[in-house]
Design a protein around this ligand. Structure first.
Ligand code: 6R9
Length: 669
């Protein structure tokens, strides 16, 4: 169904231009206000460690694994398996528990240290949770899950907004060896249902309602709708967030506060093998069905802790604020695991950057003396556009400003550096994916010189390769462009796709044998810096959210009036890319505004509001080859106003549809 032409990605500077971009060194003022000094002393220090991580990975990761994680049983084998065989395993024989590493070991040292800074949707309605309190909450909740019949290896679906209990839920699962499967609380009931079924979860954790940007979200109702088609779900644990009256299924639904009351505040952590699964997280790929990416315990935790330490230069006493949602990988690794593994305070922010006004992030940073802040460029574009007068805050503790999820344009990068960071904090543009588990190409704060728009250099253990997509050969040397792959396994890489190992192999490891394929295009400039260009498959990146065009098409086709649909990503000033849909309707239906609205609603209902197409064009037919393949390339060109560059359209079964589509698009604009 899909043609393989690359998506249109937001235009990034090409390598030739990259020669002229400025290089920014870690600001002296950042070093001056540092509580001690960065973990690494210089770029040479990074280079020497990087070299060891590539030439002697066992020695490198063995040492770091023992330094950053606490084991109940030591490991002997650091790494086994290969990218070719797709059987990578790290720290075999080792045993540890994620919740012990995130909570107990810090609670033992200082139970009164703040673990979570909760900023509720309404400013001043938040609270803090200490490591001691977190330990008790995690243990009580772990008891409740056990009582519900959850056993080691079972999956638990978590459908929660950004509240401290989300972290408690993650860690309670980990404590008893259950596998958390978090579903972003913006997903529709249909999407939740699909994930619950695919993961075979028998317990779901949710709230009565959620609150975000002053609006209420009916999370329990969405869960109820989803579970109508999940007969295997036995229990739903419901945290009372707003106190709303919600429908109740007796014997299945349980109030969190009533259940945790019944249990003691300690339960011993279950010793887990390094390779036991820690979690599943569903992500979009180039086909319609989301993939349950599986991460295992030790390798993932080590990736989180190591990047927290070296990329964000986290030091004891820091207050770390990642604006990502726990429903996505950024929230998993950098709201929950990295800061808690390193024993610092992590902000859990329930709201949006625009509520009650565009100063909200800066208010939080000032109020809690935040030292590291991490967010997606889409939020920065919004805030930059809102105006600098919203950024009149005292944010002098900031040392690191992170960017994640999509390419950051040079102007936005500079705004972040100058207006938010007052040139006293270092920008780290971190490139990574759900599948990589933690940052893979990224500057290290305090160490790596940066260029606006470049994710810079590989993290430890990552050996990038630029591959020519036509020949499939690696392109050596600098000043090269191609697709991005990695040549060596690293501890936090995903091990499989839940229940679909062949799909895992075919998507990541069989595309270029011996390499992990990222799905992104990239360039390596004359100094060896990497520039990520965006996806080369049918994945669209809207506001840093990964969406699959095939998945949105499948949602549209569910509408009774739609005969065929083609979805493409187009460059968008605010959201990076936006979803545009072309649909051919069945006979007997008339193109109307009402119908177009129904189509958008269909996607909201079937996937979630964030996937809704920005534009829907109702066209008489789609451009198809004689063999029936939809040529999305032509649709992209038309939307980009490049009708004169459509290329060869003679292979279309009916070339005259092109003019008709152009007409529809023109009329709509
Ligand atoms: C962490 C996360 C992964 C895709 C990835 C790429 C894009 C992420 C980026 C970036 C340019 C960066 N991406 N970080 N592109 N610069 N710093 O976002 O995971 O949701 O799985 O998306 O996001 O295209 O392949 P995920």
């Amino acid at each position: 169904m899909a043609d393989r032409a690359p998506n249109q990605v937001p235009k990034q500077p090409v390598v030739a231009e990259a020669h002229e971009v400025d290089t920014y060194h870690p600001p002296q003022k950042m070093l001056d206000k540092h509580p001690s000094k960065p973990h690494l002393s210089s770029l040479e220090h990074y280079q020497q460690m990087y070299k060891e991580s590539i030439t002697e990975p066992d020695k490198f990761w063995g040492k770091l694994g023992r330094e950053l994680l606490t084991w109940s049983k030591d490991f002997q084998t650091v790494h086994s398996g290969s990218l070719t065989n797709g059987d990578n395993a790290w720290f075999l024989e080792g045993e540890l528990n994620a919740s012990f590493n995130c909570v107990d070991r810090h609670a033992i040292k200082d139970p009164n240290k703040v673990a979570i800074i909760y900023e509720a949707d309404e400013p001043d309605a938040g609270r803090t949770v200490t490591y001691g309190e977190l330990l008790r909450e995690v243990c009580k909740t772990a008891h409740v899950l056990k009582q519900m019949g959850v056993r080691k290896g079972d999956t638990v679906a978590i459908y929660l907004p950004m509240i401290p209990e989300a972290l408690v839920a993650f860690l309670a699962c980990a404590r008893i060896g259950a596998v958390h499967s978090v579903v972003f609380a913006g997903f529709s009931s249909d999407s939740l249902r699909d994930r619950v079924i695919d993961a075979e979860s028998k317990v779901v954790i949710t709230t009565d309602e959620g609150k975000r940007g002053g609006k209420l979200i009916g999370t329990k109702k969405i869960v109820d709708d989803a579970l109508k088609q999940c007969p295997d779900v036995r229990h739903v644990l419901v945290y009372k967030r707003t106190g709303a009256d919600v429908p109740w299924t007796k014997g299945r639904d349980w109030w969190w506060h009533e259940e945790v009351e019944k249990w003691p505040s300690y339960i011993a952590p279950e010793p887990m093998n390094s390779e036991d699964p820690l979690f599943l997280l569903y992500t979009s790929g180039s086909t319609g069905k989301p993939k349950g990416v599986m991460h295992t315990t030790a390798g993932y935790l080590l990736g989180a802790a190591a990047t927290g330490k070296y990329v964000f230069d986290i030091h004891d006493g820091d207050r770390y604020f990642c604006g990502g949602d726990v429903g996505w990988i950024t929230g998993h690794t950098y709201v929950v695991y990295a800061p808690l593994l390193l024993g610092v305070s992590t902000v859990v922010f329930e709201g949006t950057p625009a509520y009650p006004n565009f100063s909200r992030y800066w208010d939080i940073i000032e109020k809690h003396k935040i030292t590291q802040f991490y967010v997606a460029p889409t939020a920065l574009r919004l805030l930059k556009r809102a105006g600098d007068h919203y950024v009149k805050h005292d944010m002098k503790h900031l040392r690191v400003l992170g960017s994640v999820g999509e390419p950051i344009a040079a102007e936005v990068w500079k705004w972040y550096f100058e207006v938010v960071g007052k040139e006293e904090a270092q920008i780290v543009d971190t490139y990574w994916q759900t599948e990589t588990g933690s940052n893979v190409i990224t500057p290290l704060a305090g160490v790596t010189p940066t260029k606006p728009g470049s994710a810079s250099l590989p993290f430890f253990g990552i050996e990038p390769a630029i591959i020519d997509p036509v020949s499939g050969e690696e392109i050596h040397g600098n000043d090269v462009e191609g697709v991005l792959a990695f040549k060596q396994a690293w501890p936090s890489m995903a091990r499989t796709v839940w229940g679909a190992h062949k799909r895992y192999m075919d998507t990541y490891l069989n595309v270029y044998k011996g390499y992990y394929f990222t799905g992104d295009g990239a360039g390596r400039d004359h100094e060896g810096f990497y520039w990520i260009r965006g996806r080369v498959d049918d994945v669209v990146n809207v506001s840093g959210h990964r969406l699959s065009t095939a998945e949105i098409e499948a949602a549209l086709i569910e509408h009774h009036a739609i005969a065929e649909a083609a979805v493409v990503g187009v460059a968008d000033e605010l959201t990076g890319q936006a979803v545009n849909a072309f649909v051919a309707i069945k006979e007997g239906n008339d193109a109307s505004e009402a119908l177009r609205k129904e189509f958008i609603l269909q996607v909201r209902k079937s996937i979630g509001p964030f996937a809704a197409p920005k534009a829907v064009y109702i066209v008489p037919d789609l451009p198809k080859t004689r063999s029936g393949k939809i040529m999305r390339r032509i649709l992209r060109k038309i939307l980009a106003g490049e009708e004169d560059q459509l290329g060869d359209t003679s292979t279309l079964s009916d070339p005259s549809v092109v003019d008709k589509i152009i007409q529809v698009v023109h009329e709509a604009k």
